[in-house]
Design a protein around this ligand. Structure first.
Ligand code: ATP
Ligand code: FE2
Length: 330
């Protein structure tokens, strides 16, 4: 069993010992207005947790004897939210007498993608709300080759959406508005606004792009600004991903994180990989957004490598880094 609670979503999922993934049961905290307050999200998670566990156990007809281990997101994420997931995991683990496994949420996004797509040694473009990183394995770590210097790409999209009264998550709404605009223009480049393009070597930045897009949206059609926002933000990620592939000599690109649900980002990654003789991969949408199944999958790999988490080592780490975890498997 895997328990995910890094931010807005409490999600629980399963994987079997051979790596078969089971769809998660999830509950999303939606604030009435504004952004996510960590303590309000944590309260939400603690209220919905018992029903989520029992409904998933019933759905799959599992009993406690079927649970080999309980894994949870130990970090990175919002402290109050992480603490709820960790408490649920500790309770179930001790009640069911199943080992406890604390895992790195970022690494879980990678491993569920490898499981789902069958890619072997990819460069990963991890594009979510809070994180935007380009990652590649080197030795026993997933190394961060480049990342955002300010806000995550998804948070940027969500903030732009919120500025126009569109509720969280804003990314899917911006995708729809962009598609409307793209469907109406016939590859006329003058329709693409020039916005700040935040590539700094292998690092990225999105706050200037956000400010500029908000400015333009006061005068121009929202669809046109959404389209231009996506084109700039995604091109910058794909550029850094391509640079990482060239540096590392790797030929696979794997997308992960909630923004990897986006059809245009997927299309750009396919075009770039095809042009350089590589291959691009992305998991199903349910495994791009935060989900308990990916936490279970990483827990499975940790367990099969002989690693479990003792109670006194199970404290959460809100600022855990992708490269702070050693990788013991191939
Ligand atoms: P992390 O803790 O890994 O940073 P997260 O808490 O941001 O993850 P995810 O579920 O991985 O959560 O990603 C959510 C983000 O994905 C939101 O910012 C949302 O707007 C964005 N998103 C979801 N679907 C799409 C889409 N189709 N296009 C663009 N962005 C999307
Ligand atoms: Fe995530």
């Amino acid at each position: 069993m895997g328990i995910e609670s890094t931010a807005h979503t409490l999600s629980i999922g399963f994987v079997d010992e051979a790596g078969k993934l089971y769809s998660s049961e999830s509950a999303l905290f939606k604030p009435e207005e504004g952004g996510i307050h960590p303590r309000e999200a944590a309260d939400h998670h603690s209220v919905v947790a018992p029903n989520l566990v029992s409904s998933l156990m019933n759905r799959e007809d599992f009993s406690q004897d079927d649970i080999v281990a309980v894994s949870f997101s130990q970090g990175p994420g919002l402290g109050p939210c992480l603490r709820i997931g960790a408490s649920v995991a500790r309770s179930l683990s001790s009640f069911w007498k199943a080992p406890l496994i604390g895992v790195n949420h970022c690494v879980a996004h990678i491993e569920v993608g490898r499981n789902q797509t069958g890619c072997d040694d990819p460069v990963l473009l991890y594009a979510s709300g809070g994180n935007t990183q380009v990652i590649a394995r080197s030795g026993d770590r997933y190394r961060v080759i480049g990342e955002t210097l300010d806000i995550g790409i998804g948070n940027m999209l969500d903030k732009f959406a919120r500025n126009h009264g569109i509720a969280f998550p804003g990314g899917p709404a911006i995708e729809k508005l962009s598609q409307k605009w793209a469907g109406n223009i016939s590859a006329d480049e003058s329709e693409l606004l020039t916005l700040p393009y935040g590539v700094h070597g292998t690092d990225l930045a999105f706050s200037g792009l956000l400010t500029s897009a908000i400015f333009h949206s006061k005068k121009l059609p929202l669809e046109q600004v959404c389209y231009s926002l996506q084109e700039h933000a995604f091109s910058s990620c794909i550029e850094v991903a391509e640079r990482a592939m060239a540096h590392t000599g790797k030929s696979e690109l794997l997308l992960g994180g909630g923004v990897a649900c986006n059809g245009r980002l997927r299309e750009m990654s396919a075009i770039m990989c095809e042009e350089r003789g590589g291959q691009s991969f992305w998991p199903e949408k349910q495994y791009c957004i935060d989900n308990g199944t990916m936490i279970a999958e990483l827990g499975r790999k940790e367990l099969q490598s002989g690693r479990i988490t003792e109670l006194d080592e199970s404290a959460i780490d809100p600022s855990m880094r992708t490269d702070s975890s050693t990788i013991a498997w191939t």
